[in-house]
Design a protein around this ligand. Structure first.
Ligand code: HEM
Ligand SMILES: *[C@@H]1O[C@H](CO)[C@@H](O)[C@H](O)[C@H]1NC(C)=O
Length: 485
């Protein structure tokens, strides 16, 4: 009894100190925007509890695919634009498609990229530096050399496919696999090979993957940097990865021979050689970010797609028909998917868009106002942060009939949002449109093709999806693969 009480007190005090510390950090970083508040028409809304603001409510877990109650309640009360206090910061939340698209299209003009201090600490300089236009452009050019259309067609389609086939066949012998984890590790081996020529199947290799795991687990934790906490492990994971990447870069600089296929490290070595636009630390941060983006995002999307298909036999059936038709048209059974075949997978592509619409992988995008912005009768004062929440847009019943229902056929009538649109913000919009969007879609399509033409699956356990507010699988999604005969 007494120890319980003591524990509770210690926890409260720790939480308060941490919140206070976090608050100071944010206050210091956000400048003195309070002074002008009364002169401007701010959107309606409440700032919630001191220090914690309304964060607890936003990060509460909720089941199933609905508008997060935090947003729903405020939407009903205040409309789609309101102010609140989250993670220790006053901000304006936008659930309004027009405002979302305006803010994102004004990147590097009336608005600029902004991310919470804790994320900046974790993701490094990338977020800061990329508000410079020339550096940002340079970064995009480099990344597209690896993930751009050329490489997708000539290299990645083949690599992804080989990985899918070999990994699937190794999973088929097991009584059960957890899909999210299995798919993440497969995707990590493909991407790490592409970026740093890293062979994830060799013995020492599991290391990097382990560090990323520690990093990811602590990412959404409360930022208390004390040994034992998830946040501490997260920062440590990052430190270990950065050291490993630095070491690889140094080795690569020394290597005299040119390798046959360029990976991202080669591009970095080239960049640093003469008149570099980007410096070494920045390039390493980008590398870190790319590896991370590739592990977490696509695997969540793919796992969600498989869950939706499990629950929708009709969609699964049509997907199987499309892919079997393509596969039977091929000469040898083992021959590979061609680019033309990939491009012809219409229903597969509809399934992917529909899964992405519902999956809420990047639940919020942040921008900071560089000047006072007047819109919809409100002012967004200079220095304030706008938090854009795509899910509301994706569940808007005016754009998407019966928005909570997984219905890949709806995309037959809606043109697919290439490059993003105000109604489809899964990959963002504008200047910072996701550089991995086409790669992610290619991986999902290829995996689905290899899976569905060769295997069926039975659910062993799990598969629950929760939003908090990003999508996660609290008890995993365990399935058994069975080879089709
Ligand atoms: C389903 C998977 C994915 C989703 C939903 C997703 C989502 C997003 C979103 C919403 C943004 C815009 C962020 C903002 O405007 O603040 C973004 C940017 C970005 N994504 Fe992705 N992403 C995915 C996969 C990937 C992959 C696989 C990679 C890399 C291999 C990647 C690399 C990037 C990069 C480098 C940016 C920054 C672009 C810039 O600042 O110009 N993403 N992503
Ligand atoms: C999964 O695919 C990767 C990339 O091709 C490969 O390195 C790894 O050995 C595969 N794993 C299994 C178990 O087949």
């Amino acid at each position: 009894m007494e120890t319980d009480l003591l524990l509770a007190v210690v926890m409260c005090v720790t939480a308060l100190i941490a919140a206070w510390w976090f608050h100071l950090l944010l206050k210091w970083s956000s400048g003195g925007h309070r002074r002008r508040r009364c002169e401007l028409t701010l959107p309606p809304g409440s700032m919630g509890l001191p220090l914690l603001g309304e964060s607890l409510e936003l990060f509460a877990r909720i089941p199933s695919l609905q508008v997060v109650p935090f947003f729903k309640r405020r939407l009903e009360r205040y409309g789609p634009v309101f102010k609140t206090n989250l993670i220790g910061k006053d901000m304006i939340v936008s659930l309004d498609p027009e405002l979302n698209s305006y803010v994102l299209k004004q990147d590097n003009r009336a608005f600029q990229i902004w991310y919470p201090e804790s994320l900046k600490r974790i993701l490094g300089a990338v977020l800061e530096v990329t508000s410079s236009e020339s550096l940002h452009k340079r970064m995009r050019t480099m990344v597209l050399r690896v993930f751009g259309p050329e490489n997708l067609r000539l290299v990645l389609l083949r690599d992804v496919q080989r990985a899918a086939r070999s990994n699937l066949s190794s999973w088929a012998d097991r009584p059960s696999i957890e899909l999210k984890e299995a798919v993440s590790s497969m995707i990590f081996s493909v991407t790490s090979k592409l970026l740093i020529n890293y062979d994830a199947s060799t013995s020492s290799a599991g290391e990097l993957w382990k560090h990323y795991d520690a990093f990811t687990n602590g990412l959404m934790s409360f930022p208390v940097n004390i040994p034992g906490t998830a946040f501490y492990k997260c920062l440590k994971g990052r430190k270990n990865i950065m050291e490993a990447l630095k070491h690889m870069l140094d080795e690569r600089k020394k290597a005299a021979e040119r390798r046959e296929t360029m990976d991202f490290l080669d591009l970095v070595v080239d960049e640093l050689k003469e008149k570099p636009v980007l410096d070494e630390d920045f390039c390493l941060d980008v590398l870190f970010g790319l590896l991370f983006a590739s592990i977490h995002t696509t695997s969540t999307a793919l796992t969600a797609a498989l869950k939706f298909l499990t629950d929708n036999p009709k969609a699964l059936q049509e997907l199987a028909e499309e892919n079997e038709h393509i596969s039977k048209g091929r000469v040898g059974a083992s021959s590979e998917i061609t680019w033309e075949e990939y491009k012809s997978m219409k229903f597969t592509s509809n399934v992917i868009h529909e899964s992405l619409r519902l999956a809420n992988i990047a639940p919020m995008l942040f921008r900071k106002a560089n000047q006072d912005v007047h819109m919809k009768g409100y002012t967004i004062p200079e220095g304030w942060t706008v938090m854009i929440c795509p899910l509301e847009t994706h569940l808007n019943p005016i754009t998407y009939t019966d928005p909570n229902i997984f219905n890949p056929w709806r995309w037959k009538d809606i043109s697919e949002p290439i490059g993003g649109s105000k109604d489809f913000l899964v990959f963002g919009l504008g200047l910072r449109y996701c550089l991995g969007a086409d790669f992610a879609k290619l991986q999902i399509a290829t995996f689905l093709h290899c899976l569905i033409t060769n295997y069926r699956w039975e659910v062993v356990s799990g598969g629950d999806m929760v939003l908090s507010p990003a999508l996660s699988f609290p008890n995993g999604f365990h399935v058994k693969l069975i080879k089709k005969t």
